[in-house]
Design a protein around this ligand. Sequence first.
Ligand code: FMN
Ligand code: SF4
Length: 601
Amino acid sequence: MDTNSDSNLLKALEAESWSLISDNALNRFQRSPHHALQMLIYLQAALGYIPPALQRQIARDLQLPITHIQGLVAFYFFLSAEKLGTYRIYISNNITDKMLDAATLTECLCQQLNVSLGCPREDEKVYIEQTSCIGLSDQGPSCLINGLSIPSLNEERIRQIVSLIESDTELSLWPKSLFETSDSIQRKGWLLDNTTSPGESLRQALKIGDEKSLALLEKSALRGRGGAGFPTAKKWRFCKGTPAEKHVVVCNADEGEPGTFKDRVLLRQHCDLILEGMTICARLIGAELGFIYLRAEYLNLLPDLEKTLQKWRDNNLLGQAILGNEGFNFDIEIHLGAGAYICGEESALIESLEGKRGIPRNRPPFPVSEGYLSYPTVVNNVETFAMAARIFGKEGDSFSQLGTEQSKGTKLLSISGDTPKPGIYEFPWGVTIQEIILASGAKNTYFVQVGGPAGELLDQSQFKRTLCYEDVATGGSFMIFNAERNPLEIILNFTQFFAHESCGFCTPCRVGTQLNHQLFEKISTQGAAPSDIEKLEELNLLMDRFSHCGLGKTASHIVKQGLAQFHKKLKPGDDNWSPDFDLDKSLSTARKLRIIDTGAN
Ligand SMILES: Cc1cc2nc3c(=O)[nH]c(=O)nc-3n(C[C@H](O)[C@H](O)[C@H](O)COP(=O)(O)O)c2cc1C
Ligand code: SF4
């Protein structure tokens, strides 16, 4: 056979296997356009990429415009139209990974595998890239290999990975120990000490009835743990009160805030409580449909989550006529993300659940009145659902005896950075920053970053402040930095995070986050001229006022805080600097998406 017919045969075989795999994907996801993203995630996992021909086939089969499918592949970081490599490695580049010398290890990995960062190896075997925090700051540096996380990278592990790759060892045959993560719970409290057995809280809610259950939740004064602190009972009441054919419950397990990992541990250790919170919510608002939106980086949690869901169905805690109550029907489906921090924002998350790009919606209407497929939808954080369930369980009423006037109960913190005991800590709201630092065993602490890059940077003068909605609110990330750290480098890492994670939909954020990063890079490395500071302030005001969603509005806060607190660290710099900013390049993604949207050339 000549080379030409050889390659034709190969192409035909490849096309046949695509066709089989895509048929599988279509059947698995009931050929529903709302599952388009889930299908693409499945195909990406099966083939390592989603070739254009396959994108066209999926579009045809789902009767969607090809531009819709192309838009999804372009938008989500972990989807790719090109073959990148049989082994795709994404190294977490959170500041806490950097502090553990992730850069040297990455260089070492690249060298040993003879590959450059961001460029597929010629033989299409390996691809190495950096990615935002993967939720393992307690055991960094860490990476993902074909979606599965590997913690605690060191030289020995790097050698092991290189040898497994070069010997073409299938990922399923890699030693399990490489993928083992620990839950590192350092301090338990009201929630983590839970001894309620699965179904107990739900039975209690059913026993006292819907109205009394809502009143109980109201009395507890539980507020959402995802960051904004919206009263949970109020959210459920709004949703219940919106008449509609269907209501929906969504658990936000996108946990993308750099430095946080408490939802990861809850999903593994207290999955029953989360399902129970969702099911109680479904009962109270009258929902039959539920989703867990699980970030791509937590793929390794999926099999156990599916098993727990099945156990719940087997015990009639999910499904039809739950616990024998005619008309109480509810089930939960898990949807995976595909690498987009913005999908943690509730309206972007709903877009993503509907199989679209995760672009935040205009609000109002809020999800409680128009959410998933326009049905009234409750979106709550993982920890919120777990807490709600616990409130209906044994000693649930002790919840509101803890905390402060406006912040009842406890809060889970993910503590990382310069501490000998990184991990999960549960504290009652009202604890001081100093008390948290002490409990973590950290010494010589210079400053902390509470609530991720969009949160608060607190230096020693502020360690008496308290953790609560009245003072320092947080979604859970608590990163500790000692006096040897350069705060400018840390802030630079955060500006890079926002520039990478801006979804590109609106100009103030898309361009602003890039400029912010470049300008801050200039002043932190080459020195600051008065005009640089003016430019930064102007830019930050603009982003704050005109960005479409919370990401762009808060992306500049870290720079403002950093300049206020560490301006003495800045050297004087040249006034004639202009950004190495390529407007065309910055607009190219948006243009591509627009072309994709309109089908224009
Ligand atoms: C950019 C951005 C990212 C967010 N990421 C998350 C997230 O990963 N998890 C989460 O629960 N909430 C996240 N939120 C908040 C959600 O929009 C929403 O307020 C929350 O899920 C509501 O749940 P709660 O009331 O239980 O806090 C994010 C918000 C923004 C603006
Ligand atoms: S503010 Fe940023 S993340 Fe939000 S919609 Fe605009 S570009 Fe996207």
